[in-house]
Design a protein around this ligand. Structure first.
Ligand code: ZN
Length: 198
């Protein structure tokens, strides 16, 4: 087992599209085990293969709480087969030390993937729970998309990156999410109206 070096924002490997895994060989299994160890060593919720320099479609996630047993989940060649709703998510990333930014995500997702033994499985995450957001965050890494590309407020995001000595936002990478933003704003208005009623 080994703790791998995590690439930081600015490394071009993070912007490349990753390739499908054709066979879960011994080498791939070792990579997955090392990714799990690296995620835990850095107190991460998830880690994608490009973050450790491998442009392969693999990520690992563990959303268990501190008082719960570890529950590493492995996703090989994942596909998002359903997504709906919208939610605001305050996210960080092991490739962006100490930088947290508000981003837009789908509220519900369904993902199909292979486990470490090559067996297919489907997982559903709902109501904007941590798993739903983590699945989207890690999946994006496989397409060279980073969480800051989903920033709700580019001025805030720019400032956060600057404060943490990270390279600036890449304007041409920003994802257009007008529909998600509309839905989030609608919810926020509703929430504040509900709070005022109390
Ligand atoms: Zn990340």
């Amino acid at each position: 087992m080994a703790i791998l070096k995590i690439l930081k924002y600015g490394d071009e490997v993070l912007r490349k599209k990753s390739k499908e895994v054709s066979k879960i060989s011994k080498k791939i299994r070792i990579l997955i085990e090392n990714m799990i160890d690296t995620m835990y060593a850095n107190n991460g919720v998830g880690l994608a293969a490009p973050q450790v320099g491998e442009n392969l479609r693999i990520f690992v996630i563990d959303v268990s709480m501190d008082d719960e047993p570890l529950n590493p989940m492995v996703f090989v060649n994942p596909k998002i087969i359903k997504k709906s709703g919208a939610i605001k998510s305050n996210e960080g990333c092991l490739s962006f030390p100490k930088a947290y930014v508000d981003v837009r995500r789908y509220k519900n997702v369904m993902v199909k993937a292979l486990d470490i033994n090559g067996r297919p499985f489907v997982i559903e995450a709902k109501d904007g729970e941590l798993l739903a957001r983590a699945l989207q965050h890690e999946y994006d890494h496989l397409d060279g998309i980073l969480f800051i590309d989903h920033s709700r407020n580019i001025f805030d995001a720019t400032q956060v990156l600057e404060e943490n000595n990270l390279p600036p936002l890449e304007q041409d990478k920003l994802v257009c999410e007008d529909e998600l933003e509309e839905e989030i704003v609608k919810q926020e208005k509703q929430d504040s109206a509900n709070n005022e009623g109390k």
